[in-house]
Design a binder for this molecule. Structure first.
Ligand code: DWN
Ligand code: ZN
Length: 404
């Protein structure tokens, strides 16, 4: 397979085995037709891109039943408000300006531009989440973003001052069409800002659960610089974020139009020094993933022998990779507690662990809660103080398997 960024040959590095659709929460009558594919990642020695080697058709993952609504975390809601404010302070100034967000979901970020009277448009392929945004009066088109969509936007609204995306770019295999679209869409002084889970955090924290069907790419400053340089654009700043266990926000503009922050060089150098272009780095990552899996299964099996009850907390997309890679079955984890109504009453993809509302967790607290939503640890532990105060224990596996 060719690298999605520089088109050289990709080296396979890890297989996480047969995996179902990560957000494919299902009812028992669908068990027999469940779709599986081999979840494998590869690495590009030339531009440091890390990507899936096989991805299910987009419509299988993003459709009218898409189970993830951005508005489920209060912390993330505040994060997106701050992201919007940063853009309005720096680049998308005043009511004559125009911003486009791709993967705008339920409008969690765009509503802040809307409320400030800024011209805005969301591009969101999942009709059900887009409907939530539209109901709030957020201007949204239900479609995928590419060069053709960019031309249609320019025709209808003119070029944009800002282009934003959060946890979206890493889902897109056709990066060249996106980059071409962005080049068409933004003004000479326009700025692109997007954030995604950061490869260096995934490697260091062994958060291998950031790899699942929807996450086609794991970016670094190195691969992003390589991608946009091919379109006459460049990184003008990078800002690490603590969201999703470690993300990076990349700021990009047309070449020569902005002062380039010294952060850019610092991060490019750091990534090189940490071995992003060395195969050994990814061999170590493979060993770290296998160790994490062995440690988690040893712990869960030992708790079962001790007749302890373990319940999963938050039926995240990421949990699908962990559950199916490690082989976690309902005899080890009784159910998964989750706040999303459309997941409740269904079963987890692959291993078919029941998903129940959080009220069931409170009504029948287990001995241990396996924190599948580890990236929301502070928010969840704050909410579930009662569980902890009554002696309930938490299990995490990032950055290492432990009882906390
Ligand atoms: O990239 C993506 C990220 C941004 O969001 C998508 N591909 C899909 C999704 O990934 P995820 O499902 O791993 O996201 P979260 O935000 O880590 O987890 C959300 C899930 O956690 C929801 O099902 C709701 C649940 N949850 C909960 O039950 N109680 C979340 C919180 C904060 C809670 O308190
Ligand atoms: Zn490459």
């Amino acid at each position: 397979m060719a690298c999605l960024v520089c088109r050289s040959e990709i080296k396979p590095v890890i297989s996480f085995g047969q995996q179902p659709i990560a957000n494919g929460f299902l009812s028992p009558e669908k068990f027999k037709d469940e779709y599986f594919f081999e979840l494998k990642i590869g690495w590009c020695p030339k531009c440091a891109m890390v990507q899936l080697l096989e991805q299910p058709e987009p419509e299988m993952m993003f459709n009218e039943n898409y189970a993830f609504f951005s508005g489920t975390s209060r912390y993330m809601a505040v994060h997106f408000e701050k992201f919007a404010k940063t853009m309005m302070d720096r680049y998308v100034k005043g009511s004559n300006s125009f911003v486009v967000e791709i993967g705008s979901n339920d409008g969690i970020m765009l509503k802040h531009f809307k409320n400030a009277g800024v011209g805005h448009l969301g591009i969101e392929p999942s009709a059900n989440v887009a409907a939530v945004a539209k109901k709030e009066g957020i201007n949204t088109w239900v479609r995928f973003f590419n060069a053709e969509t960019a031309r249609a936007i320019v025709k209808e609204y003119g070029q944009a001052d800002g282009f934003v995306a959060a946890n979206v770019m890493c889902h897109l295999p056709d990066l060249h069409s996106i980059a071409e679209g962005i080049k068409i869409l933004i003004k000479d002084k326009g700025v692109v800002a997007f954030e995604d889970p950061y490869l260096m955090d995934v490697l260091e924290k062994v958060s291998y659960d950031q790899v699942y069907d929807e996450h086609m790419c794991l970016f670094s400053a190195t691969s992003i610089q390589y991608l946009f340089n091919q379109y006459g654009m460049e990184l003008i700043d990078v800002e690490p974020q603590i969201t999703h266990g470690g993300s990076m926000r990349y700021y990009i503009g047309h070449k020569g139009q902005h002062t380039v922050s010294k952060n850019v060089d610092q991060f490019l150098t750091m990534e090189k020094e940490k071995g992003i272009l060395k195969e050994q780095t990814f061999k170590k990552f493979y060993d770290d993933c296998e160790k994490s899996k062995a440690d988690l299964m040893t712990l869960l099996k030992s708790l079962k022998e001790q007749k302890k009850r373990v319940v999963g907390y938050a039926a995240t997309s990421k949990s699908t990779t962990v559950i199916n890679y490690c082989g976690i079955t309902p005899d080890l984890v009784e159910f998964i507690s989750d706040t999303t109504p459309i997941k409740q009453g269904k079963f987890s993809p692959g291993k078919h662990i029941p998903i129940l509302p959080v009220e069931k967790f409170a009504a029948n607290p287990p001995d241990y809660a396996l924190l599948f939503g580890w990236n929301h640890k502070n928010e969840i532990m704050e909410k579930e103080k009662n569980f902890t105060e009554r002696g309930g224990r938490w299990i995490t596996y990032v950055p290492k398997v432990e009882i906390i």
